[in-house]
Design a protein around this ligand. Structure first.
Ligand code: FES
Ligand code: FES
Length: 156
C-alpha cells in the first residue's frame, strides 16, 4: 500500500491531495480537506451520516475509496447554500425541526438533495424510500419527511 497524489473534484473545485491507496473518501474530506460537515456515525456502511453525492447520486463516503472517485463530481453539505445563507432544503430542515442533535443531518440532506433533483415532487413513500439508508436517533423521521416536502414546495 502506497501513497499517491489524487485529483478530486470537490464542490466544483479541483483538489490535489496526497492520500494512501486505502484512504476512505470520508477521511480525505474531513481530515485532509477540512470539510467536516460530512459525519462518520458508524463503523462502516450502516448509518448514512457520511452520505455525499458522487455524480449526483448518494454515496456512502465511509466505504468509498478516495482513489475510486477521481474525476467524478463530489458534492458535500458545504456545497449547498451560500455563505451565510441556507439552501431551501437546509432551511426546511431547520424550520420543520428535521434536525435535532444534527449528527445525521448532513447525510440526510444530501440524500434528500439527490432525490429532489431527480423528482421535484416526491410522495411521502418516495421520500421515506430515498432516506431509508439514513438513520436518525432523534426525530422519529416525521419531521424529516415534512422538511423534504416543504423544501419540494419551496423549490417548485
Ligand atoms: S458513517 Fe458511513 S454509513 Fe455510517
Ligand atoms: S437529529 Fe440526531 S441523529 Fe438525527
Amino acid at each position: 500500500m502506497g501513497t499517491r497524489l489524487l485529483e478530486l473534484q470537490v464542490n466544483g473545485r479541483t483538489q490535489a491531495v496526497a492520500a494512501a491507496d486505502s484512504a476512505l473518501l470520508v477521511e480525505v474530506l474531513r481530515e485532509t480537506l477540512q470539510l467536516t460537515g460530512t459525519k462518520q456515525g458508524c463503523d462502516g456502511g450502516e448509518c448514512g451520516a457520511c452520505t455525499v453525492l458522487v455524480d449526483g447520486e448518494p454515496r456512502l463516503s465511509c466505504i468509498t475509496l478516495a482513489a475510486s472517485v477521481q474525476g467524478r463530481a463530489i458534492e458535500t453539505i458545504e456545497s449547498l447554500g451560500t455563505q451565510g445563507r441556507l439552501s431551501a432544503l437546509q432551511r426546511a430542515f431547520h424550520e420543520k425541526l428535521g434536525a435535532q442533535c444534527g449528527f445525521c443531518t448532513p447525510g440526510m440532506v444530501m440524500a434528500a438533495e439527490a432525490l429532489l433533483r431527480r423528482n421535484a415532487r416526491p410522495s411521502e413513500a418516495q421520500i421515506r424510500e430515498a432516506l431509508a439508508g439514513n438513520l436518525c436517533r432523534c426525530t422519529g423521521y416525521v419531521k424529516i419527511v415534512e422538511a423534504v416536502q416543504a423544501a419540494a414546495e419551496a423549490r417548485a
